[in-house]
Design a protein around this ligand. Structure first.
Ligand SMILES: Nc1ncnc2c1ncn2[C@@H]1O[C@H](COP(=O)(O)OP(=O)(O)OP(=O)(O)O)[C@@H](O)[C@H]1O
Length: 267
Protein backbone atom coordinates (compact mmCIF):
# COMPACT_ATOMS: atom_id res chain seq x y z
CA UNK A 1 0.00 0.00 0.00
CA UNK A 2 1.40 3.40 -1.01
CA UNK A 3 2.04 6.07 1.63
CA UNK A 4 -0.91 8.45 2.00
CA UNK A 5 -3.34 5.75 0.95
CA UNK A 6 -6.62 5.87 2.88
CA UNK A 7 -8.34 2.85 1.32
CA UNK A 8 -6.81 -0.03 -0.58
CA UNK A 9 -8.09 -3.24 -2.10
CA UNK A 10 -5.75 -5.92 -3.32
CA UNK A 11 -7.03 -8.78 -5.48
CA UNK A 12 -10.29 -8.28 -3.69
CA UNK A 13 -12.80 -11.01 -4.56
CA UNK A 14 -16.31 -11.84 -3.42
CA UNK A 15 -18.19 -14.89 -4.65
CA UNK A 16 -21.81 -15.68 -4.03
CA UNK A 17 -23.22 -19.18 -4.46
CA UNK A 18 -21.17 -22.15 -5.59
CA UNK A 19 -20.72 -24.70 -8.35
CA UNK A 20 -22.60 -23.81 -11.51
CA UNK A 21 -24.39 -21.06 -9.57
CA UNK A 22 -21.13 -19.34 -8.62
CA UNK A 23 -21.26 -15.57 -9.09
CA UNK A 24 -18.07 -13.51 -9.07
CA UNK A 25 -19.67 -10.32 -7.77
CA UNK A 26 -16.23 -8.74 -7.18
CA UNK A 27 -13.37 -10.24 -9.11
CA UNK A 28 -9.72 -9.56 -8.22
CA UNK A 29 -10.13 -5.82 -7.77
CA UNK A 30 -7.04 -3.68 -7.12
CA UNK A 31 -7.74 -0.14 -6.00
CA UNK A 32 -5.89 2.52 -4.03
CA UNK A 33 -7.59 5.69 -2.89
CA UNK A 34 -5.44 8.39 -1.37
CA UNK A 35 -6.28 10.60 1.58
CA UNK A 36 -8.25 13.59 0.33
CA UNK A 37 -9.06 11.92 -2.97
CA UNK A 38 -12.52 11.19 -4.31
CA UNK A 39 -13.22 8.23 -6.54
CA UNK A 40 -16.47 7.52 -8.34
CA UNK A 41 -17.34 3.94 -9.21
CA UNK A 42 -19.66 3.54 -12.16
CA UNK A 43 -20.96 0.58 -14.14
CA UNK A 44 -24.07 -1.26 -15.18
CA UNK A 45 -26.61 -2.41 -12.62
CA UNK A 46 -25.47 -5.66 -10.99
CA UNK A 47 -21.78 -5.31 -11.93
CA UNK A 48 -20.71 -5.42 -8.27
CA UNK A 49 -20.42 -1.75 -7.20
CA UNK A 50 -22.35 -2.05 -3.92
CA UNK A 51 -20.64 -5.31 -3.06
CA UNK A 52 -17.25 -3.67 -3.56
CA UNK A 53 -18.25 -0.73 -1.37
CA UNK A 54 -19.47 -3.03 1.40
CA UNK A 55 -16.18 -4.91 1.29
CA UNK A 56 -14.19 -1.66 1.44
CA UNK A 57 -16.19 -0.64 4.50
CA UNK A 58 -15.77 -3.97 6.26
CA UNK A 59 -19.52 -4.60 6.20
CA UNK A 60 -18.92 -7.89 4.38
CA UNK A 61 -15.87 -10.12 4.31
CA UNK A 62 -14.20 -11.02 1.02
CA UNK A 63 -13.88 -14.54 -0.32
CA UNK A 64 -10.21 -13.68 -0.89
CA UNK A 65 -7.96 -10.66 -1.18
CA UNK A 66 -7.25 -7.75 1.12
CA UNK A 67 -8.88 -4.52 2.25
CA UNK A 68 -6.93 -1.85 4.07
CA UNK A 69 -8.30 1.26 5.73
CA UNK A 70 -5.59 3.64 6.96
CA UNK A 71 -3.14 0.75 6.75
CA UNK A 72 -5.25 -1.63 8.83
CA UNK A 73 -6.24 -5.00 7.31
CA UNK A 74 -10.02 -4.83 7.64
CA UNK A 75 -10.52 -8.39 6.40
CA UNK A 76 -8.41 -9.74 9.27
CA UNK A 77 -10.27 -7.97 12.06
CA UNK A 78 -12.85 -9.64 14.28
CA UNK A 79 -16.45 -8.57 13.79
CA UNK A 80 -16.21 -6.38 16.88
CA UNK A 81 -13.00 -4.70 15.76
CA UNK A 82 -14.42 -4.10 12.30
CA UNK A 83 -17.41 -2.39 13.91
CA UNK A 84 -15.02 -0.30 16.01
CA UNK A 85 -13.00 0.68 12.94
CA UNK A 86 -16.17 1.59 11.06
CA UNK A 87 -17.32 3.81 13.93
CA UNK A 88 -13.93 5.48 14.14
CA UNK A 89 -12.95 5.90 10.50
CA UNK A 90 -15.82 5.27 8.09
CA UNK A 91 -19.05 7.02 7.20
CA UNK A 92 -21.34 4.85 5.10
CA UNK A 93 -24.27 6.13 3.04
CA UNK A 94 -26.46 3.14 2.21
CA UNK A 95 -28.65 2.92 -0.84
CA UNK A 96 -31.51 1.92 1.47
CA UNK A 97 -30.60 4.62 4.05
CA UNK A 98 -30.93 2.26 7.09
CA UNK A 99 -32.23 4.94 9.42
CA UNK A 100 -33.39 3.84 12.86
CA UNK A 101 -37.20 4.14 12.64
CA UNK A 102 -37.75 4.86 16.33
CA UNK A 103 -35.40 7.85 16.32
CA UNK A 104 -36.01 11.33 14.95
CA UNK A 105 -33.90 12.63 12.07
CA UNK A 106 -31.67 14.61 14.47
CA UNK A 107 -31.28 11.57 16.76
CA UNK A 108 -30.29 9.41 13.78
CA UNK A 109 -27.59 11.92 12.85
CA UNK A 110 -26.42 12.17 16.48
CA UNK A 111 -26.02 8.42 16.82
CA UNK A 112 -22.46 8.04 15.42
CA UNK A 113 -21.23 10.88 17.67
CA UNK A 114 -22.74 9.24 20.76
CA UNK A 115 -21.44 5.78 19.79
CA UNK A 116 -17.97 7.29 19.46
CA UNK A 117 -18.24 8.64 23.01
CA UNK A 118 -19.20 12.25 22.17
CA UNK A 119 -21.38 14.35 24.49
CA UNK A 120 -25.14 14.65 23.97
CA UNK A 121 -24.87 18.42 23.55
CA UNK A 122 -22.00 18.14 21.06
CA UNK A 123 -23.89 15.48 19.12
CA UNK A 124 -27.03 17.61 18.94
CA UNK A 125 -25.10 20.68 17.82
CA UNK A 126 -23.24 18.74 15.11
CA UNK A 127 -26.45 17.09 13.88
CA UNK A 128 -28.38 20.35 13.67
CA UNK A 129 -25.47 22.11 11.96
CA UNK A 130 -25.24 19.44 9.26
CA UNK A 131 -28.98 19.16 8.72
CA UNK A 132 -29.07 22.94 8.46
CA UNK A 133 -26.33 22.93 5.83
CA UNK A 134 -28.37 20.48 3.81
CA UNK A 135 -31.44 22.69 4.04
CA UNK A 136 -33.06 20.05 6.23
CA UNK A 137 -33.12 21.65 9.70
CA UNK A 138 -36.92 21.49 9.69
CA UNK A 139 -36.74 17.68 9.53
CA UNK A 140 -34.88 17.40 12.85
CA UNK A 141 -37.85 16.32 14.98
CA UNK A 142 -39.45 13.96 12.46
CA UNK A 143 -39.13 10.19 12.37
CA UNK A 144 -38.08 8.43 9.13
CA UNK A 145 -41.63 7.21 8.44
CA UNK A 146 -42.70 10.85 8.14
CA UNK A 147 -39.95 11.72 5.65
CA UNK A 148 -39.87 11.48 1.86
CA UNK A 149 -37.19 9.40 0.11
CA UNK A 150 -35.10 12.49 -0.61
CA UNK A 151 -35.44 13.72 2.99
CA UNK A 152 -34.34 10.33 4.32
CA UNK A 153 -31.36 10.42 2.01
CA UNK A 154 -30.33 13.84 3.37
CA UNK A 155 -30.53 12.49 6.93
CA UNK A 156 -28.52 9.40 5.94
CA UNK A 157 -25.82 11.59 4.37
CA UNK A 158 -25.68 13.85 7.44
CA UNK A 159 -25.32 10.76 9.64
CA UNK A 160 -22.41 9.49 7.52
CA UNK A 161 -20.59 12.84 7.70
CA UNK A 162 -21.25 13.89 11.28
CA UNK A 163 -18.16 12.25 12.79
CA UNK A 164 -15.90 13.68 10.08
CA UNK A 165 -14.74 10.18 9.18
CA UNK A 166 -11.46 9.52 7.44
CA UNK A 167 -13.32 7.74 4.65
CA UNK A 168 -16.85 8.26 3.36
CA UNK A 169 -18.30 5.39 1.34
CA UNK A 170 -21.50 6.43 -0.38
CA UNK A 171 -23.79 4.19 -2.40
CA UNK A 172 -25.94 6.24 -4.81
CA UNK A 173 -26.03 9.16 -2.34
CA UNK A 174 -28.00 11.46 -4.62
CA UNK A 175 -30.35 8.93 -6.21
CA UNK A 176 -33.41 10.33 -4.41
CA UNK A 177 -32.41 13.99 -4.39
CA UNK A 178 -33.59 16.86 -6.51
CA UNK A 179 -31.12 19.07 -8.33
CA UNK A 180 -30.76 21.68 -5.53
CA UNK A 181 -30.14 19.02 -2.87
CA UNK A 182 -27.65 17.27 -5.14
CA UNK A 183 -25.76 20.54 -5.50
CA UNK A 184 -25.60 20.89 -1.71
CA UNK A 185 -24.38 17.30 -1.29
CA UNK A 186 -21.71 17.83 -3.94
CA UNK A 187 -20.62 20.96 -2.07
CA UNK A 188 -20.42 18.97 1.18
CA UNK A 189 -18.41 16.28 -0.57
CA UNK A 190 -16.10 18.99 -1.94
CA UNK A 191 -15.56 20.28 1.61
CA UNK A 192 -14.66 16.77 2.76
CA UNK A 193 -11.82 16.59 0.31
CA UNK A 194 -10.58 20.05 1.24
CA UNK A 195 -10.44 18.76 4.82
CA UNK A 196 -8.36 15.76 3.74
CA UNK A 197 -11.20 13.24 3.97
CA UNK A 198 -11.54 10.53 1.36
CA UNK A 199 -14.63 9.74 -0.65
CA UNK A 200 -15.58 6.65 -2.60
CA UNK A 201 -18.95 7.05 -4.25
CA UNK A 202 -21.00 4.63 -6.31
CA UNK A 203 -23.17 6.57 -8.71
CA UNK A 204 -25.17 6.44 -11.89
CA UNK A 205 -25.19 10.23 -12.14
CA UNK A 206 -22.78 11.97 -14.47
CA UNK A 207 -22.90 15.09 -12.34
CA UNK A 208 -21.63 13.21 -9.27
CA UNK A 209 -19.09 11.19 -11.23
CA UNK A 210 -17.87 14.33 -12.99
CA UNK A 211 -17.00 16.13 -9.76
CA UNK A 212 -14.77 13.33 -8.48
CA UNK A 213 -11.00 13.20 -8.89
CA UNK A 214 -11.03 9.79 -10.49
CA UNK A 215 -13.57 7.65 -12.25
CA UNK A 216 -13.36 3.87 -12.29
CA UNK A 217 -15.66 1.68 -14.32
CA UNK A 218 -16.70 -1.82 -13.26
CA UNK A 219 -17.92 -4.62 -15.46
CA UNK A 220 -18.84 -8.13 -14.27
CA UNK A 221 -17.10 -7.60 -10.92
CA UNK A 222 -13.85 -6.26 -12.35
CA UNK A 223 -12.43 -2.76 -12.73
CA UNK A 224 -12.14 -2.32 -16.48
CA UNK A 225 -11.14 1.30 -16.94
CA UNK A 226 -9.99 4.30 -15.05
CA UNK A 227 -9.81 8.02 -15.80
CA UNK A 228 -8.29 10.82 -13.77
CA UNK A 229 -10.44 13.91 -14.11
CA UNK A 230 -8.76 17.28 -14.40
CA UNK A 231 -9.56 19.66 -11.57
CA UNK A 232 -11.01 22.90 -12.89
CA UNK A 233 -10.67 26.37 -11.39
CA UNK A 234 -13.86 26.08 -9.31
CA UNK A 235 -12.75 22.80 -7.76
CA UNK A 236 -14.98 20.90 -10.15
CA UNK A 237 -13.86 19.15 -13.27
CA UNK A 238 -15.87 20.83 -15.93
CA UNK A 239 -17.34 17.40 -16.52
CA UNK A 240 -20.46 18.24 -14.54
CA UNK A 241 -21.93 19.38 -17.83
CA UNK A 242 -21.81 15.76 -18.91
CA UNK A 243 -24.63 14.88 -16.51
CA UNK A 244 -26.65 12.14 -18.07
CA UNK A 245 -23.70 10.37 -19.63
CA UNK A 246 -23.87 7.81 -16.87
CA UNK A 247 -27.16 6.05 -17.35
CA UNK A 248 -28.63 2.93 -15.73
CA UNK A 249 -26.39 0.83 -17.95
CA UNK A 250 -23.28 2.59 -16.67
CA UNK A 251 -21.16 4.97 -18.66
CA UNK A 252 -22.65 5.43 -22.09
CA UNK A 253 -19.30 6.46 -23.49
CA UNK A 254 -16.40 5.93 -21.13
CA UNK A 255 -13.88 6.59 -23.86
CA UNK A 256 -15.57 9.87 -24.71
CA UNK A 257 -15.56 10.94 -21.07
CA UNK A 258 -11.96 9.86 -20.65
CA UNK A 259 -11.21 11.85 -23.76
CA UNK A 260 -12.40 15.00 -21.98
CA UNK A 261 -10.18 14.11 -19.04
CA UNK A 262 -6.68 12.84 -18.68
CA UNK A 263 -7.46 9.23 -19.47
CA UNK A 264 -5.32 6.63 -17.75
CA UNK A 265 -6.61 4.06 -20.19
CA UNK A 266 -8.01 0.61 -19.56
CA UNK A 267 -6.20 -1.76 -17.30
N1 LIG B 1 -25.91 -11.23 -0.58
C1 LIG B 1 -25.93 -11.63 -1.85
N2 LIG B 1 -26.17 -12.92 -2.17
C2 LIG B 1 -26.16 -13.35 -3.45
N3 LIG B 1 -25.93 -12.53 -4.51
C3 LIG B 1 -25.69 -11.24 -4.26
C4 LIG B 1 -25.69 -10.72 -2.92
N4 LIG B 1 -25.41 -9.39 -2.98
C5 LIG B 1 -25.27 -9.10 -4.29
N5 LIG B 1 -25.43 -10.20 -5.04
C6 LIG B 1 -25.32 -10.27 -6.50
O1 LIG B 1 -24.03 -9.78 -6.83
C7 LIG B 1 -24.09 -9.04 -8.05
C8 LIG B 1 -23.56 -7.64 -7.78
O2 LIG B 1 -24.51 -6.96 -6.98
P1 LIG B 1 -24.31 -5.45 -6.53
O3 LIG B 1 -25.47 -5.06 -5.68
O4 LIG B 1 -22.96 -5.31 -5.94
O5 LIG B 1 -24.36 -4.69 -7.93
P2 LIG B 1 -24.44 -3.12 -8.25
O6 LIG B 1 -23.47 -2.87 -9.34
O7 LIG B 1 -24.27 -2.35 -6.98
O8 LIG B 1 -25.93 -2.98 -8.77
P3 LIG B 1 -26.92 -1.69 -8.71
O9 LIG B 1 -26.29 -0.62 -9.57
O10 LIG B 1 -28.20 -2.22 -9.33
O11 LIG B 1 -27.07 -1.30 -7.27
C9 LIG B 1 -25.54 -9.05 -8.50
O12 LIG B 1 -25.69 -10.09 -9.45
C10 LIG B 1 -26.31 -9.38 -7.23
O13 LIG B 1 -27.50 -10.06 -7.53
Amino acid sequence: MTAGCAVAARRLTKHFGRGTGLLRAVDEVDLEVHAGESVAIVGASGCGKSTLLRLLGGLDLPTSGEVLIAGERVDRLSRRDRARLRRRAIGFVFQEFHLVPELTAAENVELPVLLAGGSAIGARKAAIRLLDRMGAADLAGRRPAALSGGERQKVAIARALVNEPLVVLADEPTGSLDSAATTEVLRLFGDLRTGGQTLVVVTHEGRVAGTSDRLVTMRDGALVSEARLTVGPAGGTGLGALAGLVGPAGLADPAGLAGRAEGDGAR
